[in-house]
Design a protein around this ligand. Structure first.
Ligand SMILES: [Zn+2]
Length: 478
């Protein structure tokens, strides 16, 4: 599995071999590496830094929502899974069991998600309506024993995520806050990761195991496949009833809690690679970069000292941007350009003796490769402006792509043609599980969501001609 990296740059093109190009970006930009066991990965510092930026953005958001971080055990007793039948059935194929027969009386599963173990505690913690709402999140790893082919960040058996689990007195508040979590996810993914998403509700077939409603954010990747970016679920009272999670209501009667859960994972880093990286490597949205800019001095023997001295001054000026000065004199500037492009640093500042003589430098944007001559005196404002512009431009570009890929299908032939040409196809759909399964078998497409940006509409299902009330988005998906 783990091969020694032979060449520095990418040897596959995004447009020719998307899958292998993707692997190379993840490995060569040093975001991740393969672990010793199939389906497990090492998240390297460059990749983990992105995750930390995401956490740094989202922790204050959750605090405003009244959510507190906590941590629950990794191992879940088998009996917990048996309580909620649909949940148990949904996760059964992916569970990994720990069996130490002498010490324990029942099998233990490594958590694939934490509803059951958290709600066992919630049931004991909440006595009265006064104890609600209860809003808790945990950042953790989960394990799902995938049998499909695994892929760095996108499908690994172990991954990192956050899972928010809240309990309420009323269903109205439960649904409202499940939707609020989705709205906050959308803001984060668009503002921070510069990836546009479509928000909607899942059909019955794609709903989370044990949920009453699942809300989702879907994005569309450059290889023509949809990717689920984050979800939130209205769990109704399904879990509270099976876990005996009841409380004394305002009337003094015993009531069961209304619950929601919501999460996103390190899969977002996979989306980031697919959407923004190019044939030179990763392109980081400025807000996610450890070093949003790098200074590369153009060094010649006679002028080396003067150029380096100016570059040190420049780095001081750009301190608040955490600007990197690459003063390694054992690599050529060309080698350094390639390396920083591969790793996705948003801005490069070149400064050589000719520039120094004119009191200027060259500013190069990673996403467009556009070069600008900037007077040294103006560098601070130029960098600030360029970083903000680039962050916006990256979102705008990917939004344009999403817009271009979305199409309407008025009949089955148009639907099939749309899926074949790798589009995100919108059509009237009956919502039935059996119909969706037939569509999947015929086209390999699954429903992505019933988008919130469309009004209910009456008509007949694009596939089975039964009555339909909603437009639904379909695509082949990761
Ligand atoms: Zn149908």
């Amino acid at each position: 599995m783990a091969k020694k990296q032979q060449t520095h740059g990418l040897t596959e093109k995004k447009e020719d071999n998307f899958s292998e190009w993707y692997n190379q970006v993840a490995l060569k930009a040093e975001l991740a590496d393969y672990g010793p066991i199939k389906g497990f990965m090492v998240i390297r510092p460059n990749g983990y830094h992105i995750w930390e930026k995401i956490q740094a953005y989202f922790n204050p958001v959750m605090e405003k929502m009244g959510v507190q971080n906590a941590y629950f055990p990794l191992l879940i007793p088998e009996s917990f899974f048996k309580k909620e039948a649909k949940h148990a059935e949904g996760f059964a194929p992916e569970l990994a069991w720990l069996e130490k027969e002498k010490e324990i009386t029942e099998r233990l599963a490594i958590r694939p998600t934490s509803e059951t173990i958290m709600y066992d505690s919630y049931a004991r913690w909440v006595q009265s309506w006064r104890d609600l709402p209860l809003r808790i999140n945990q950042w953790c790893n989960v394990l799902r024993w995938e049998v499909k082919q695994t892929k760095l960040f996108l499908r690994t058996r172990e991954f990192l995520w956050q899972e928010g689990h809240c309990a309420y007195e009323t269903e109205a508040q439960c649904v409202q806050e499940a939707r609020m979590a989705l709205t906050e996810y959308q803001k984060m993914i668009e503002e921070l990761l510069a990836i546009p998403v479509l928000a909607g509700e899942k059909t019955e077939a794609e709903r989370f195991a044990g949920a009453k409603q699942t809300f989702t954010l879907e994005s569309f990747m450059p290889d023509g496949r949809a990717l689920q970016m984050a979800t939130s679920h209205n769990l109704g009272q399904n879990f509270s009833k099976t876990f005996g999670f009841a409380f004394e209501g305002k009337t003094g009667e015993k009531e069961f809690a209304w619950q929601n859960s919501w999460g996103f994972s390190t899969r977002l880093i996979g989306a980031l690679i697919m959407v923004h990286a190019d044939n030179q490597g990763l392109v980081l949205p400025p807000q996610l970069a450890r070093h949003p800019c790098v200074i590369v001095p153009i060094l010649f023997e006679e002028t080396k000292q003067a150029v380096l001295a100016e570059c040190v001054k420049l780095r001081e000026k750009l301190k608040r941007f955490n600007c990197l000065l690459d003063d390694r004199d054992y690599y050529s500037s060309g080698f350094k350009f390639n390396e920083h492009e591969l790793k996705g640093i948003p801005l490069r500042i070149e400064l050589g003796p000719k520039d120094l003589a004119k009191n200027q430098c060259v500013l190069v944007r990673r996403d467009t490769k556009e070069k600008k001559i900037i007077p040294l005196a103006d560098i601070e404002s130029a960098v600030e402006k360029e970083l903000a512009t680039m962050q916006q431009a990256m979102l705008k570009k990917s939004r344009q792509y999403l817009h271009e890929c979305r199409m309407n299908a008025g009949n089955w032939n148009e639907f099939v043609a749309g899926i074949e040409s790798k589009k995100l196809v919108e059509a009237l759909f009956c919502g039935k599980k059996e119909c969706e399964e037939q569509i999947r078998q015929k086209t390999l497409a699954t429903s992505r969501c019933i988008p919130f940006d469309r009004e209910p509409q009456n008509g007949s299902c694009v596939h089975c001609n039964q009555p339909a009330t909603q437009r639904t988005l379909f695509a082949r998906a990761y």
